[in-house]
Write a protein that binds this ligand. Structure first.
Ligand SMILES: [Zn+2]
Ligand SMILES: [Zn+2]
Length: 388
């Protein structure tokens, strides 16, 4: 009686071939080679299968350990390196791969840090920013309540929302980073970056590349803003409408979700809302949505093939018909209040309470140039009284 290792190379190969062919009983095969072994564990003595391809770390051929012949293909052992255990086919957790990934992370971090710390950008004077961008920066100043000179923490860490809709938050960050007013900080978490210039806007820290030519701090410049004046009325009206439209959209989305209709609103929807805001306030829009949402739910139930995009357009159009109808019939204006589920965003409270001092009128009144002019007049009267 012999054991498997005592066979010649040719004998070993012949035995393995007969074993894996699967036509003879294993006991018979072992008997013909005069081998004493339990038939169910003979495969454990077989040398591993040598596979094409080499281990990228050890430069030796990859192998595959043997399995019983009854195993199906998917039960086979993985291709691996006999020395370091590296498995090229799977996401590998071998020591070499772990070290390589660590090194890659280190290099990535260095590249990000080197790039963003070597940027030498000329500071921009606050006064050179457009009215809109000043409002954006003032809202961020308010949101983070830190000295802007110290930079901004990642947006995802803030407790309240910058804008009524997440999409517009990203758009604001994009505008400010394109202008080099906000610059990703080298202290950011490197995982927030996929590469230089490619990062999650809400996961990185930012440096604020601004200065005040009059020597005041950025905090006081934006906390007590003096940039709303008669030359800025058109800009302010434009921004009022955009904030109001976003608030309307946010409420409509909220109500659509309540009837299990995932919102999918297009730019066209936004244009329609802006049209409604020519005659209605955000507060009245809330009322309009409240009135039409039942009909929208019914329609959505009724027309099964209606896509989400179509259903959303239908919802916005229903709002418009309803609004137009009330206007023609000169129906009494009914106003709704903000709801606790949708607290006022920072940009809205900064713009209405701090910049224009419209306060709640920004929500309850139709966006209008005359109201802004009225505010300017009363603000300047207040200032005169202060001086006296
Ligand atoms: Zn290896
Ligand atoms: Zn590996």
């Amino acid at each position: 009686m012999r054991n498997f290792n005592e066979l010649s190379i040719e004998e070993k190969e012949s035995l393995m071939q007969r074993y894996y062919e699967g036509t003879e009983s294993v006991a018979n095969i072992l008997k013909s080679f005069d081998i004493q072994c339990n038939p169910s564990s003979i495969y454990k003595s077989f040398p591993p299968e040598v596979m094409p391809g080499k281990c990228k770390y050890c430069d030796t051929n990859l192998i595959r350990k043997r399995v019983p012949r009854t195993y199906s293909d998917y039960m086979k052992r993985p291709v691996e390196c006999g020395i370091c255990g590296h498995r090229p086919e799977n996401h590998c957790f071998c020591d070499n791969c772990f070290k390589a990934e660590e090194e890659e992370r280190r290099q990535h971090k260095l590249r990000i840090q080197n790039y963003y710390s070597s940027l030498d950008l000329k500071k921009i004077d606050c006064n050179e920013l457009s009215f809109r961008d000043k409002v954006f920066m003032g809202s961020l100043n308010r949101l983070f309540m830190t000295h802007l000179e110290d930079g901004l923490e990642p947006y995802e860490k803030t407790q309240s929302a910058l804008t009524p809709g997440d999409l517009t938050t990203k758009a604001i960050y994009t505008i400010l980073t394109d202008l080099d007013v906000l610059v990703p900080s080298p202290d950011s978490n490197p995982n927030a970056f996929t590469d230089i210039g490619s990062y999650s806007f809400d996961k990185v820290k930012y440096k604020v590349n601004l200065t005040c030519s009059d020597g005041s701090s950025l905090f006081s410049y934006f906390s007590q803003p003096h940039f709303f004046n008669s030359a800025m009325v058109d800009n302010a009206l434009k921004l009022w409408k955009i904030i109001a439209a976003q608030e309307c959209l946010q409420y409509l989305n909220y109500k659509l979700r309540k009837i299990n209709m995932p919102p999918n609103l297009s730019k066209k929807a936004m244009d329609t809302i802006l049209l409604i805001l020519e005659n209605y306030s955000v507060s009245e829009f809330y009322f309009i949505v409240y009135c039409v949402i039942g009909r929208v739910a019914e329609k959505y139930e009724e027309v099964k093939y209606m896509t989400r995009a179509k259903a959303s357009v239908y919802a916005v159009n229903q709002c418009r018909y309803f609004a137009e109808n009330r206007l023609v019939k000169k129906r009494e204006r009914i106003k709704y209040d903000r709801i606790s589920d949708l607290p006022q965003s920072e940009i809205s409270s900064y713009f209405f309470n701090v910049v224009t001092k419209l306060g709640d009128r920004g929500f309850y009144e139709v966006p209008s140039r005359s109201l802004l002019e009225e505010m300017l007049k009363s603000n300047s009267t207040d200032n005169t009284e202060d001086v006296n």
